[in-house]
Design a protein around this ligand. Structure first.
Ligand code: CA
Length: 234
């Protein structure tokens, strides 16, 4: 499915983007506000990629990004901003955007980045192996029946908690997961322990999963937030 949601309130920019994307073979859903964008997704169905302007009337692009990310963990999201401050970029990426572009931009570059993101999103989704109980993510296979993780075909010994964290990562590739979400996802809604237990387990997981635990390629830290799984390496 080559379908993209474009949320941009400046009509001329939105139309220019939509025109170029449809010429490149995309089905484009256009929205002039975040609210309209959410509504479109509900009525027209899912998109593989969303392009979000930051400065919008009503809900801004960052809030929209968080909302979309919550409901669509597999969607690729590009933030488009007039601001070129690094802090905006960091914010965009930490709340779950996959890429970030500043205005003014080259429309050819935009189309190219969107295509690249769509391919990446598709590839990084966990595919069921020949065996239905296996989840595949990059060079890793998670066998849910035997509860064994394989890295390049070699079994990696995990605790049940570590295995559950990996399951969560595999099902949310490329997505920044806040510590609290990992805590709730693995230890359950009723666990009121400290989120530090997440960090402790991540440290142990890196020792087992990464070639160089001090320079992780797959279990990436999102500063002040949590962790992100990169199937193909960073
Ligand atoms: Ca705008």
């Amino acid at each position: 499915m080559k379908r993209v949601l474009v949320v941009e309130d400046e009509q001329s920019i939105r139309e220019m983007i939509a025109l170029n994307l449809s010429m490149a073979g995309w089905e484009v859903l256009e929205a002039g506000s975040a609210e309209k964008g959410i509504q479109l997704l509900q009525t027209a169905g899912p998109c593989s990629v969303a392009l979000l302007d930051v400065m919008l009337p009503g809900m801004n692009g960052f809030s929209l990004c968080e909302t979309l990310r919550r409901d669509n963990p597999d969607m690729g999201i590009i933030i488009l901003s007039a601001k070129s401050q690094e802090s905006d970029k960091v914010k965009g990426l930490s709340i779950g955007a996959d890429d970030y572009m500043t205005k003014p931009f080259s429309v050819n570059e935009l189309v190219a980045r969107l295509e690249a993101l769509a391919r990446r999103v598709q590839r990084s989704q966990p595919v069921r192996g020949e065996d239905q109980d296996q989840l595949v993510s990059g060079p890793f296979i998670l066998d849910e029946r035997s509860r064994i993780l394989y890295k390049n075909g070699t079994p990696v010994d995990l605790t049940q908690v570590e295995f559950q964290i990996m399951e969560l990562f595999f099902k949310n590739p490329g997505t920044a997961l806040v510590r609290e979400k990992i805590l709730k996802g693995v230890w359950g809604e009723n666990y009121f322990g400290d989120v530090k237990i997440v960090d402790v387990n991540i440290r142990r997981l890196r020792m087992k999963v990464e070639d160089q635990p001090s320079d992780p390629q797959h279990i990436l830290t999102v500063w002040g937030y949590g962790y992100r799984w990169s199937p193909e390496g960073k």
